[in-house]
Design a protein around this ligand. Structure first.
Ligand SMILES: Cc1cc2nc3c(=O)[nH]c(=O)nc-3n(C[C@H](O)[C@H](O)[C@H](O)COP(=O)(O)OP(=O)(O)OC[C@H]3O[C@@H](n4cnc5c(N)ncnc54)[C@H](O)[C@@H]3O)c2cc1C
Ligand SMILES: NC(=O)C1=CN([C@@H]2O[C@H](COP(=O)(O)OP(=O)(O)OC[C@H]3O[C@@H](n4cnc5c(N)ncnc54)[C@H](OP(=O)(O)O)[C@@H]3O)[C@@H](O)[C@H]2O)C=CC1
Length: 469
């Protein structure tokens, strides 16, 4: 049994754990730091580019955990899983019996896919790490029909990236990609992938006083490695069943009632709440994540309603000197009006940077303030081949019924939505190469009254940046 003594301890080698190590390497390189990671490959952020002060795009790369020693001279890596955290005596115990005595610890154990009907069949797949993608690729190569359940990031990416297989996409909303966009943007995406050659590219600009009800109008119209990163689905592009048919059917406003294994041409029968049944080779359950608090404690910390470790604005749990960051966390502070939690790379990175600063401040006995990045929700991603930037309350989240939406859309080129309340910008969806990120960031953060500008704010013939220079 090995024993280590350290000031700083980090648990988990995902983006949160590694960012915490990297930040501590800058803040306190002369102190000892131990990372306990269940996987020898860890995630590192690379190619960071700033679209605005808080709008950051980056790549994520798998790297050997040992490479972290280059950035932190006093780092010790324990390749094992945390089994028990004794927070009174400040000892972390791993599966193989290693004891790490720490002063401050940061728990970054991530999340696990939350599957529908997970006990019933091995053919219900969740996507989280490299191993689960390999299994998915095998099923894709040999399958003829899959059912995709869920309407968030993973489902949208799978629908876009897979070919040569029939896809039945089962969603409980009445428009696609509801986690990230609104019905209008969903229509923009669908028109792009349905009718590439037959689109009138005229720009349409309109203002509409929306209520929340309007925004849902039918369009008819056991963790072993870290979560994947932004470009994971590119691996799927070369995985095809050459003899398979390419076909997509979207079934709106239904849920899965049951999934039964059958012994017929297809191995599964999926029954839906609308009475329909679909036979398929496998199901992808892209139905969200749950926090992975997969170890025991001497005393239970406060948890959020989703089971995540509740943390304050300094990323500290209800147990002193126990910090947490990333998907395992529930943000339990009074958030700023334009920020909310979504389990994303960006937030794992931001929370881990904050946790590292707080841990360092505790050790050196300094005061600290919450980082500026928590002032504004930002997410930069790619959906259906388009750059998508989401800012603030981009879907009117929590604004009640009293807000306006200003839209500008040019089919196949861009979709821009401003969410305004009392004439002030509260959020925005920017799809395509709009170049509006910085202006929107400033307008939301400064809460400038935009009523004098009317619809000119989004008039394509006017350079709106000039107004605010
Ligand atoms: C398919 C997919 C695509 C995604 N795409 C995007 C995207 O495009 N943009 C975006 O912003 N976000 C994306 N996300 C979300 C993003 O990956 C997560 O929000 C982020 O990875 C969370 O990082 P984390 O470090 O908190 O957790 P994880 O990445 O899950 O890392 C947790 C780490 O802890 C380790 N661990 C767990 N338990 C223990 C234990 N007991 N002891 C020791 N180690 C342990 C694990 O091995 C792992 O290394 C995607 C997620 C998935 C699944
Ligand atoms: N490009 C990006 O930024 C990407 C980000 N990610 C992140 O990775 C994580 C995992 O992605 P994903 O699994 O897509 O999770 P998301 O949280 O993005 O989406 C989950 C979806 O599943 C739906 N859902 C939940 N339970 C059920 C159920 N029982 N039946 C039917 N639908 C259900 C949710 O609906 P409802 O909202 O109604 O609960 C929601 O539409 C998320 O944190 C996500 O943000 C993943 C891929 C890409």
């Amino acid at each position: 049994m090995s024993k280590f003594k350290t000031k700083y301890l980090v648990i988990g080698g995902g983006i949160a754990g590694v960012t915490c190590v990297e930040t501590l390497a800058i803040l306190h390189p002369e102190e000892n730091l131990v990372i306990v990671t269940a996987s020898s490959l860890v995630k590192r952020v690379t190619n960071v580019s700033f679209y605005a002060k808080t709008v950051v795009k980056f790549d994520v790369a798998d790297t050997e955990a040992s490479s972290l020693m280059k950035i932190h001279p006093n780092l010790k890596i324990v390749y094992d899983s945390l089994k028990f955290l004794d927070t009174k005596n400040k000892i972390a115990l791993t599966d193989d019996g290693t004891e790490v005595h720490y002063e401050v610890v940061c728990v970054c154990t991530g999340g696990l896919p939350k599957l529908i009907d997970s006990n019933k069949s091995k053919r219900i797949l969740g996507i989280r790490d490299t191993e689960s993608v390999k299994e998915f690729q095998e099923r894709l190569t040999n399958g003829n029909r899959m059912v995709i359940v869920g309407n968030g990031g993973i489902a949208s990416e799978i629908v876009h990236a897979t070919t040569g297989i029939q896809k039945v996409w089962v969603i409980r909303d009445d428009y696609i990609s509801a986690t990230f966009v609104d019905p209008g943007a969903a229509e923009f995406f669908q028109n792009s992938f349905k009718n590439k050659s037959n689109v009138n590219n005229q720009t349409v600009l309109k203002r509409h006083v929306f209520t929340e009800e309007d925004t849902v109008v039918s369009l008819n119209k056991d963790i072993k490695s870290a979560a994947l990163g932004p470009d994971w689905y590119k691996k799927l592009e070369n995985t095809k069943n050459e003899s398979g048919e390419q076909e997509l059917e979207i079934i709106y406003k239904v849920e899965v009632e049951s999934v039964v294994e059958i012994n017929e041409e297809y191995a599964l029968e999926v029954k839906l709440t609308n009475g329909r049944s679909i036979k398929c080779d496998f199901v992808v359950s892209a139905t969200g994540v749950e926090p992975a608090v997969n170890f025991a404690w001497d005393r239970e910390p406060k948890r959020g309603p989703d089971g995540g470790l509740a943390v304050n604005e300094f990323q500290e749990t209800s147990i002193k000197d126990v910090f947490a960051a990333g998907d395992v966390v529930f943000a339990d502070w009074q958030t700023s009006p334009h920020w909310f939690q979504l389990r994303l790379w960006t937030q794992a990175r931001q929370m881990a940077g904050m946790a590292a600063k707080s841990m360092h401040a505790r050790i050196v006995n300094e005061d600290i303030w919450q980082d500026f990045c928590f002032e504004l929700f930002t997410h930069c991603t790619t959906l259906f081949g388009y750059r998508v930037v989401l800012l603030g309350k981009y879907n009117g989240q929590g604004l009640g019924r009293d807000y306006e939406i200003l839209l500008r859309t040019t089919p196949q080129k861009e979709y821009i939505k401003f969410v305004l309340q009392n004439g002030r910008l509260q959020g925005a969806i920017l799809i395509g190469e709009t170049d509006l990120e910085e202006m929107c960031e400033n307008l939301i953060l400064d809460q400038i009254d935009l009523s004098p500008f009317g619809d000119d704010i989004l008039n394509p013939d006017i350079d709106i940046d000039d107004y605010f220079d």
